[in-house]
Design a binder for this molecule. Structure first.
Ligand SMILES: C[C@H](O)[C@H](O)[C@@H](O)C(=O)CO
Length: 537
């Protein structure tokens, strides 16, 4: 059974009120005192900063956080690109460059005169590195959009059946899930598997570089599709099914667990202290959901970035036939919770269209593209953003035109019309998935919380409210980084539990409310969208 760190099993109402009555604990320099389970609040002293690294599919940032008398102050000390590297027909992450930027963040914090009391890393899911006998990384991790997994999911599902895989993992079927990446290496008889001794997901790997310690974190482990949430551990049967040795997989730690400190060689190299390192919800979506400033216990969220992740928070995974049929997922959360959600292709389609136009010498900023979309004719062309033709990198405008021709629609002609098609289709897909979430969870939501970088697109937020016919509460932008900070503060007794964290986030970062408009138009468009895309409930 999963062991939760102290202060994290307060999902429903049994949180321990932490009082500041015992001044004996007030020894800021004795920070370790807190770590030793002393949960007396340090009498309102301003504690040193903590550092959150949030690595997204296109960029990363190092955010300093301070908790100043119930208000969160954040400061971005380092922002960096995350450009995949294509070698031949393989696409890899530039993991050593990412580690270099993590070190840059530490140096910038040091030069800013900051005392860092802890740090943690979150990133996108499913991807991993393999480490050999000597502790060496055996190669640059594959990017989940690399095509070495083409056809592997279908072959694996045929051999094992979808019910067996979903019944043991509770995870949605996506072709890049870790289980199919490992199965692809097995099919290719990759020498990597012969040499591999340890499996580390992206944050696990970067944390290992920092501390020298190897741990697999829970929220990210669940995205592999071979973690069994009922057994509370790696599923040896599924691993055996794909011919992968269970010995590669280590102990799974829960968000909020202290997992070492910066190794001596690094503290010497950078001239900094051996800062404690925590595991947080290292799947960035897990951290984003932790930071949703919800008031009510039953809330719907949309984490909006390269991907759009929509769902709700549940105490137990929902692994019945309907969940499998609707292809929902149950990814691990904070405090023993699960994220019942569905992946939606998201702003990736817009980002790739922008990249295609840039390559063609058509240079538009994102705000310009959104302004052009607003002026374009409404609901002229609609797509299902999750059609597999939009998954891999490439010329999205041509694929959108192709989709429209295939469905008997007029294809967009100008960048403004293409962007309108993308944003309208996303908003309508959000309505579709929200209705499925209500059906599957048995909950009804009074509105939708939108968090993440994508909410800076106010038009998308407004159209999402119009499409769902309910208010959208947008904020915070830095959802993942704030969720990362929050779990570090809870682990160190600064916040009592995730609900206090959400309250402090709500008070520190006011949300923008988008009330639904143009109901009749969007209702009509939704009918057309369902008919065109063939999406039935
Ligand atoms: C593959 C994606 O990374 C994953 O499904 C998504 O949840 C994510 O991590 C978005 O950053």
């Amino acid at each position: 059974m999963r062991e939760l760190p102290p202060r994290f099993n307060s999902r429903r109402g049994n949180s321990r009120k932490i009082s500041a009555s015992n001044p004996a604990a007030c020894a800021p320099q004795g920070f370790e005192a807190v770590l030793a389970g002393d949960d007396e609040r340090l009498g309102g002293f301003l504690l040193p900063s903590i550092l959150a690294y949030d690595l997204g599919a296109s960029s990363g940032r190092a955010l300093l956080g301070r908790l100043n008398n119930r208000t969160i102050e954040v400061e971005e000390v380092h922002r960096f690109g995350n450009d995949p590297v294509v070698v031949g027909d393989r696409m890899h992450w530039d993991i050593l460059r990412l580690y270099h930027d993590i070190k840059q963040g530490l140096l910038k914090a040091k030069h800013a005169g900051e005392t860092i009391s802890s740090l943690a890393i979150d990133s996108w899911a499913v991807d991993f590195g393999l480490v050999g006998r000597g502790g060496e990384l055996l190669g640059n991790p594959y990017h989940y959009r690399d095509r070495h997994t083409d056809g592997v999911m279908e072959r694996t599902m045929e051999r094992l059946t979808a019910s067996r895989i979903f019944g043991r993992s509770g995870i949605q079927f996506l072709p890049f899930n870790t289980i199919y990446q490992l199965a692809a290496l097995k099919e290719a008889d990759s020498p990597l598997l012969e040499q591999a001794k340890h499996f580390l997901m992206i944050p696990d790997l970067l944390r290992y570089f920092l501390t020298g310690e190897m741990h697999n974190e829970f929220s990210n482990a669940t995205t592999t599709q071979f973690y069994n949430p009922v057994l509370g551990g790696w599923d040896a049967e599924l691993l055996a099914d794909i011919g992968i040795s269970p010995s590669l997989f280590g102990n799974v730690v829960q968000p909020g667990t202290r997992v070492g400190q910066l190794r001596a060689s690094l503290t010497e190299e950078l001239g900094i202290d051996a800062i404690p390192v925590f595991a947080v919800a290292e799947h960035d979506t897990g951290s984003a959901v932790a930071a949703v400033p919800a008031l009510e216990r039953d809330f719907a969220y949309l984490s909006c970035g390269t991907w759009s992740l929509m769902g709700t928070e549940v105490d137990q995974p929902v692994m019945g036939e309907l969940a499998q049929t609707l292809n929902f997922t149950n990814e691990g959360g904070v405090g023993g919770t699960f994220r019942l959600l569905k992946n939606i292709m998201g702003l990736w389609i817009l980002n790739e269209s922008h990249r295609t136009w840039e390559k063609a010498g058509l240079s538009y900023s994102f705000p310009e593209l959104v302004a052009l979309a607003e002026k374009a004719p409404a609901f002229r062309s609609l797509i299902d953003p999750d059609d597999p033709m939009f998954l891999h990198a490439g010329d999205m405008p041509s694929r959108i035109a192709n989709y429209c021709e295939r469905t008997g629609q007029q294809a967009p002609q100008s960048p403004g019309e293409f962007v309108r098609c993308i944003l309208e289709s996303l908003a309508l897909k959000y309505r579709y998935v929200l209705e499925l979430t209500e059906r599957l969870s048995g909950k009804s939501f009074s509105g939708l919380h939108m968090v993440g970088g994508g909410i800076q697109n106010a038009l998308l937020c407004q159209w999402s409210a119009n499409a769902i016919g309910k208010p959208v509460w947008a904020g915070p932008v830095e959802g993942s980084a704030l969720g990362n900070l929050a779990v570090q503060w809870i682990a160190q007794g600064e916040l009592s539990d995730i609900w206090e964290a959400r309250k402090v986030i709500r008070e520190s970062f006011p949300v923008t409310v988008y009330e639904p408009r143009d109901g009749a138009q969007w209702e009509d468009a939704y009918g057309r969208f369902r008919a065109l895309t063939g999406l039935s409930k």
